[in-house]
Design a protein around this ligand. Structure first.
Ligand SMILES: [Zn+2]
Length: 454
């Protein structure tokens, strides 16, 4: 048993509570009690007590879109200032050289950053399967996730439409559709656990309309549904993508998805920036979720997603840091701040409240990925929690609203504790599953080797 004792503030996902204890038994939140309650001191063995008298406890954040391997090519000078298609074309040629240790250590680094900034559950969209690489990418990623302790719902990504067939990626990073679908079946069989408190949930995710065929979109959706898994892709990210779909298929991206059976409540799209009014209605009627990636959208100049309108219409919105070559940080708390600020650029000061920003980051993600016991602090929910210490200069003078302080103020976005499925994965600001200094050295070495001119 773990007790977060005498919490200054607990935000349960709906309301702020003051002077409470949060009691965790095994992997579940057992109760929230008044600070005066000490009945847990009768437990045998004694629970681990964590003094939270200057802290705020929030539901753990859920990141619904990422490309972990891109950690190795963050911030490359050659593509710091270009838009998506040029950025991709330059990077495909570097990414084609990834190997086992590149996948493993980049996953460790991304998961580590995420958890240190309050994230307790993440997806990843690995769509890069270079011709010369035969490793088991999903096995390596789950090994990293288990080691650090995050709840993990990776996607089996795919690219099948190379340049010679009218797509964007080169031959060196695409696979045949037979190979892709066989491997999708394998990973669903080997790794997918559909139970509500699952630590291993697989999603199928053809990369985007400009890197796979219509047939692969259809087949992936059908296969995922036959196994009770969800589906994901990039959609409506840029005007270039709109033009590509109209030229290639005669329809806009969302219409193309509808033709492929790639719509519905089990679908979440990354970005969703360039939807028109009719398309927003279609998203609502179909029950699709959006993975909003504000930092990446700003970094690549892709545009501002219509999140305020989506929320008003009842469309489920989740939050995501996106891949580390277009953010270039897996800073989950920072992403919540950017979501709030970016909506206000286009919609004014009331376009997004702190509560809405935290809601998309936790409950919105739980709905998108299908974890009904995540996203709120309540008896019977998963013990997935972020604990931030507000007793620091960055929050001084801001404690009239401890929740909003986290995103209106502060420059250190790190938790003091992160708890996932009842396990302390960040303790006193440090990862418990792996040596952070060693991880940093390894990631820098691998990145150097990968980006070295040949
Ligand atoms: Zn992406």
């Amino acid at each position: 048993m773990i007790v977060l004792k005498d919490c200054f503030c607990v935000y349960d996902g709906k309301q702020r509570h003051f002077n409470k204890n949060v009691i965790i038994r095994d992997n579940i939140i057992e109760a929230m009690t008044d600070s005066s309650d000490t009945s847990f001191m009768n437990e045998e063995p004694l629970p681990e007590l964590i003094d939270c008298s200057t802290h705020i406890v929030t539901p753990g954040f859920i990141n619904t879109h990422h490309h972990f391997y891109q950690i190795l090519t963050r911030n490359l000078p050659a593509v710091q200032n270009v838009e998506l298609f040029d950025w991709l074309v330059y990077l495909y040629d570097i990414w084609k050289n990834i190997n086992d240790e590149a996948v493993y250590y980049s996953s460790m680094a991304a998961i580590g950053e995420l958890m240190k900034t309050g994230c307790t559950c993440s997806s990843d969209h690995h769509y890069l399967y270079p011709t010369d690489f035969n490793g088991d990418i999903m096995a390596l990623q789950f090994e990293a996730a288990d080691k650090l302790g995050i709840r993990f719902s990776p996607t089996r990504g795919s690219m099948s439409l190379s340049r010679k067939d009218g797509g964007l990626p080169p031959d060196s990073v695409v696979q045949s559709e037979d190979v892709i679908l066989k491997d999708c079946e394998r990973v669903l069989k080997d790794f997918h656990d559909p139970s509500p408190l699952s630590m291993r949930r697989v999603v199928l995710a053809p990369c985007s309309p400009f890197s796979v065929t219509k047939q692969l979109m259809k087949d992936s959706a059908e296969l995922a549904r036959s196994k009770g898994a969800r589906i994901h892709t990039h959609l409506a990210e840029t005007f270039d993508e709109n033009e590509f779909c109209i030229k290639q298929y005669g329809v806009r991206p969302l219409e193309l998805m509808a033709e492929c059976g790639f719509t519905g409540p089990d679908v979440f799209y990354a970005h969703g920036i360039h939807f028109n009014d009719d398309e927003l209605k279609m998203l609502r009627d179909e029950g699709c979720s959006i993975s909003h990636c504000p930092s990446s959208n700003m970094r690549l100049g892709s545009g501002i997603a219509r999140i305020r309108e989506m929320l008003e219409m009842g469309i489920n919105v989740s939050l995501a840091v996106d891949g580390s070559a277009s953010n270039d940080s897996s800073d989950m708390l920072g992403e919540i701040r950017n979501a709030l600020l970016l909506q206000r650029v286009s919609g004014g000061a009331s376009a997004m409240t702190a509560e809405q920003a935290f809601d998309i980051a936790a409950a919105g993600g739980a709905r998108a990925l299908g974890f009904p016991q995540c996203g709120f602090i309540k008896s019977g929910m998963a013990a997935d929690l972020a604990v931030f210490n507000l007793e620091s200069l960055g929050y001084a003078g801001a404690l009239s609203d401890p929740l909003a302080a986290l995103i209106f103020c502060g420059y250190n976005h790190q938790t003091e504790y992160t708890i996932v499925n009842g396990r302390i994965t960040v303790r006193e600001g440090v990862l418990t599953g792996f040596d952070e200094e060693l991880l940093t050295v390894e990631v820098n070495r691998i990145a150097r080797e990968l980006t070295r001119p040949s």
